[in-house]
Design a protein around this ligand. Sequence first.
Ligand SMILES: [Zn+2]
Length: 157
Amino acid sequence: MVPREEESLAGCLEEYFERSEQIPTSFFLFADENCSAGLMLQKLPGDTEQDSDLWDRLNHLASTVEAEELLTLDSETVLHRLFNEETVRLFDAEPVAFRCSCSRERTLGALESIGKEECYSILDEQGSIEMDCQFCHQHYRFDRNDIDHLFTGHTLH
Ligand SMILES: [Zn+2]
């Protein structure tokens, strides 16, 4: 979750990395009606003493990227155009897929944190506790037996 305190999506994401990860990060995002593309520049930990203005220089070069370049050219060409005076190492592309880290165990953990009394009050009202993950829409259902087990460590019938 990222607060929308900045003017742009790129600004919000930069703010997130600054606050939560404490890693200086820059985003350059573009979209047209068919496609969106972005360039993310992130400062990784390591020795930069020999080249103290590397980060500023790379940011300046990255900020010259144009929408049309990012939206139409492949990564290698864009990197070459922007950073041809720097040493660039291009890694193999990896497929990106949505994956949710929710699980039955983590959902039970959330129930444990709302407390025994609240869980039993929901059970008394509804007969079971139903929860949906807000990210992947996985549905979880817990009955009285599950809640007994959660709060006593053993199953009662
Ligand atoms: Zn999920």
